[in-house]
Write a protein that binds this ligand. Structure first.
Ligand SMILES: Nc1nc2c(ncn2[C@@H]2O[C@H](COP(=O)(O)OP(=O)(O)OP(=O)(O)O)[C@@H](O)[C@H]2O)c(=O)[nH]1
Length: 182
């Protein structure tokens, strides 16, 4: 069966776990060291609903509230993973900012996005409630997940959900209703 190529970029404040989520998804391992990313591209095949996909995953350099949205990420990308850490209110504020800039750069009212609250294993340091995350995602019409890259919790679900969203966005138009009212 033919496979579909999907380009996905992962955004978020510094140190929220973008690289760790990418490496956990692509290589199935967690590296407990911190090495700030400039930009990294990963490739991974996966199957969702019997459709094969090859994902090109671009792990970006951490953004902050002053970052200018890198315009190259608004072109040729099918969907986005927006990550904050549940231990950092600051990272939650930054991700709202990143989302606004992303929409501006794309010139669209909505884009396929999965909002991810990472580091659930650090539950004693939680600073952002699940409810806050869920509400933000709802306001964006996006999907929401909490994950732990460390414990490989819900990491593959991020990409499964995003591929389904992208499919909806790019899929064939719904069949016209052939019912004629006279
Ligand atoms: N406990 C815990 N630590 C995590 C988790 N995910 C990432 N970390 C740690 O958080 C630190 C930053 O992780 P990275 O994956 O490098 O974060 P990043 O968002 O790619 O960082 P930048 O490249 O600076 O933007 C590292 O020390 C990771 O080991 C997680 O789910 N749980």
């Amino acid at each position: 069966m033919a496979y579909k190529e999907r380009n996905i970029a992962i955004f978020g404040y510094r140190s929220v776990g973008k690289s760790s989520l990418s490496i956990q998804f692509v290589q199935g391992q967690f590296v407990d060291s911190y090495d700030p990313t400039i930009e990294n591209t990963f490739s991974k095949s996966t199957t969702v609903n019997s459709q094969k996909y090859v994902i090109k995953l671009v792990d970006t350099a951490g953004q902050d509230e002053y970052s200018i949205f890198p315009v190259q990420y608004s072109m040729d990308f099918h969907g986005y993973v927006l990550v904050y850490s549940i231990t950092s209110q600051k990272s939650f504020e930054v991700i709202k900012n990143v989302y606004d800039k992303l929409l501006d750069a794309m010139g669209k009212a909505r884009v396929p996005v999965v909002l991810v609250g990472n580091k659930t294993d650090l539950y004693s340091e939680r600073a952002v409630s699940s409810e806050e995350g869920r509400k933000l995602a709802e306001s964006w019409n996006a999907q929401f997940l909490e994950t732990s890259a460390k414990q490989n919790e819900s990491v593959a679900d991020i990409f499964q959900k995003l591929l389904i969203l992208i499919e909806r966005e790019n899929g064939p138009a719904p069949e016209k209703n052939s019912c004629v009212i006279s």
